[in-house]
Design a binder for this molecule. Structure first.
Ligand code: GCW
Length: 677
């Protein structure tokens, strides 16, 4: 037995106590993977010399929520194999031991144990994060709106900060720490320079103080022209000494308020944002200048590769064209943040060829958790399968960090759709360990958040699991199967508008640029005889993608313009296969409604009704997509839509009249959709 200097027996109330764990499954305002029920009996012993606000939280969580044998907390010894922020757990009937090389590792171990009380029972379990940076990106504006946010207004109540502090700030930190997220970029990449004003930095510091003991660092998106806007400098040229001094001073000011500030995220020379190229400089010049200002403080610059100046005829090629030649020119505290696909968070994209193409530069993946292109907060689209698909192509070890554009707002349930807290959870789990499978994560979430697994018949549970696991593929099917992409309505990106034309809009913002439907066929020719975007991929993938015969069918129309009569692997023509896919998507949603009905006895009543409403909207939307796209494309294919689909379709002319009066900051309500369709 070890000798314990300190023995904490903690009888603390949980932050929010509501009786029993099960009743919490429908409680509004809760985070589905956190414990709320207070047991007040967890017994914790901490080795001598281990003490910090983070350890206090670990003890408080165990004290309030742990029902098993006493827990002993140890510092892992020098020779230990446990990685930074990792932990090891072993338990017997009489005691649980948690070892970690640092305090945050202990906190992560505690949350892992609370999530899975059996952890370490059959032998010591060791776990540590795959990446040092596991970040959320909030596209939150300072006026409280959220770009592409579908869960209400921003969590950050800037007008009240720094004095008035919402209890949700700490709950947010707790939720993130519990799944291993360790950083947050608070503001929109379309950044207001005001975030760097003294007034706002004090507000940011107040949030950082709350997040710090949970191991969460704060980062900011910065506007490259900030020195001009905030302090009237005549230029923001990154090689100008006054500009360099401005950023150096600004970094010093930030670190005097927030000593562990993480760094900057930058969207430059993209979609109208200012950047170094406005001054005849390169991305590397801009990024390195900011990196120099942050370097003495150990801060990083995450420089986004989401750029598409119309230099080439194919938007999908542009990030690579602009960034790949700069490989090796970036400072060592710069990370290039690359969206998972080469266009823009479509329901399915091939991976961006920039991954793996910059071997002398650190890169990180940017995923989108908020469902800008997957039905906003109205559709169930469990996104882990999309992210694990990415890791099937991109070696997890080839990137340095992972970021996810948050789906979090001030709605009661935090994320809008009642089931998509699962996507926040899944992002955190995969950022911790990209080798986890999507089914495993869905299983964890369902049994923690949705139903009591032991009380739910196996077939019901399996159907729910299948509903989660197939839901993203269903969205692909009813929105844009076989590699189609960007068929969305202009601006808000909610419904189907493959016909969309907006006077004065950039062509690459319009669906026709992407689908290229004509009498000969459908799809964007990115083969060597087309834009040759395939040339940006390494062999042997390049050759595989380059040929219609070998290109995986889920990417066919992404890479090829294919004749309507082309024979698919199934033996069907392209046109027939397209009809089958759209219909399959619709039928999947019909199946989800049955699954949900079957699960009714095992689901909390209010949650049941909320999801039932969402699924009804999702089904109407799926049919809307199917009817709009098939009838629109039929004008070019001149081929018939199968009678069983055609008989229930709304005429194309009617569908083309639907225009949703919504901004880029909201989801259409079911009532609005019903009134227009
Ligand atoms: O996905 C597109 C969105 C923009 C967004 C941009 C980006 C924050 O439509 O709303 O701007 O990408 O990622 O910068």
């Amino acid at each position: 037995m070890r000798h314990f200097k300190f023995l904490y027996i903690i009888f603390l109330l949980a932050f929010i106590s509501c009786g029993s764990a099960d009743t919490c499954k429908d409680a509004k305002g809760t985070i589905s993977w956190l414990p709320y029920a207070s047991t007040d009996k967890g017994q914790v012993c901490v080795d001598e010399g281990i003490s910090s606000p983070t350890i206090d939280i670990a003890c408080r969580e165990l004290g309030g929520h742990w029902e098993g044998a006493p827990v002993n907390i140890h510092r892992a010894t020098d020779g230990s194999t446990i990685g930074k922020n990792g932990f090891a757990i072993s338990q017997s009937d009489s005691q649980v031991d948690i070892y970690a090389p640092d305090d945050l590792g202990i906190l992560y171990g505690v949350y892992a144990l609370l999530r899975n009380p059996e952890l370490g029972r059959n032998g010591r379990v060791e776990d540590s994060p795959s990446y040092d940076l596991r970040l959320l990106n909030h596209w939150d504006n300072l006026d409280g709106t959220i770009e592409r946010g579908y869960a209400g207004k921003s969590l950050w109540k800037w007008e009240g900060l720094p004095d008035s502090v919402s209890p949700r700030y700490e709950e947010y930190a707790r939720a993130n720490a519990a799944i291993g997220i360790n950083g947050t970029v608070l503001n929109n990449v379309n950044a207001s320079p005001k975030i760097l004003s003294e007034e706002y930095l004090k507000k940011v510091a107040a949030l950082a103080d709350i997040f710090r003991p949970y191991g969460i660092k704060v980062y900011l998106s910065v506007n490259f022209a900030s020195p001009m806007v905030l302090d009237s400098l005549p230029t923001a040229d990154p090689l100008n000494p006054e500009v360099v001094k401005w950023w150096t001073d600004k970094a010093d000011e930030i670190y005097s308020l927030i000593p562990d500030f993480g760094g900057f995220l930058v969207k430059a020379n993209s979609e109208g944002q200012p950047g170094p190229m406005d001054f005849g400089r390169t991305h590397a010049d801009g990024a390195n200048m900011l990196a120099g200002a942050l370097k003495p403080h150990d801060g990083v610059v995450m420089w986004r590769a989401f750029v598409y100046s119309p230099a080439d005829a194919d938007r999908a090629k542009q990030a690579y064209l602009e960034f790949q030649p700069l490989d090796g020119k970036f400072a060592d505290n710069v990370i290039i943040q690359i969206k998972n696909g080469p266009v823009d968070f479509q329901p399915r994209e091939p991976y961006s060829p920039l991954f793996g193409a910059m071997t002398a530069t650190d890169g990180m993946a940017e995923f989108q958790i908020t469902q800008e292109y997957l039905g906003h907060s109205n559709h169930l689209a469990y996104l882990a399968p999309m992210w694990t698909e990415f890791f099937d192509y991109v070696q997890p070890s080839s990137i340095k960090a992972v970021a996810g554009v948050a789906n979090i707002g001030d709605d009661d349930n935090w994320t809008g759709h009642p089931l998509v807290q699962a996507n926040w959870y899944a992002f955190g789990r995969l950022a911790w360990n990209p080798q986890l499978t999507s089914t495993q994560i869905a299983d964890e979430w369902l049994s923690m958040a949705l139903v009591d697994k032991a009380q739910t018949p196996e077939d019901v549970y399996e159907s729910l699991l299948d509903m989660f696991d197939t839901s993203r593929e269903a969205v692909v099917d009813y929105m844009m199967p076989l590699g189609l992409h960007h068929l969305f309505a202009f601006g808000h990106h909610y419904g189907p508008e493959p016909w969309c034309d907006v006077e004065g809009a950039r062509p690459d913002w319009l669906p026709k640029y992407y689908h290229r439907a004509d009498s000969t066929g459908l799809g964007f020719d990115r083969s060597p005889s087309g834009s040759n975007a395939v040339g940006q991929y390494p062999e042997p993938l390049r050759s595989q993608l380059a040929s219609v015969e070998t290109c995986p069918e889920e990417f066919l129309l992404w890479f090829h313009h294919v004749p309507w009569t082309h024979r698919m692997k199934s033996g069907n023509t392209l046109w027939e296969e397209l009809c089958i896919a759209y219909q399959r998507g619709v039928e999947k949603v019909e199946e989800y409604r049955q699954t949900w009905e079957k699960a009714k006895p095992y689901i909390a009543p209010e949650l049941y009704t909320d999801v039932e409403t969402c699924l009804a909207t999702q089904l109407k939307d799926a049919k809307w997509w199917r009817d709009a796209c098939l009838q629109y494309f039929a004008q070019y294919s001149k081929m018939p839509i199968p009678a069983e689909i055609a008989s229930e379709m709304r005429p194309l002319e009617e569908l083309m009249k639907i225009h949703l009066p919504i901004t880029n900051y909201e989801s259409p309500t079911p009532a609005l959709l019903d009134s227009l369709r």
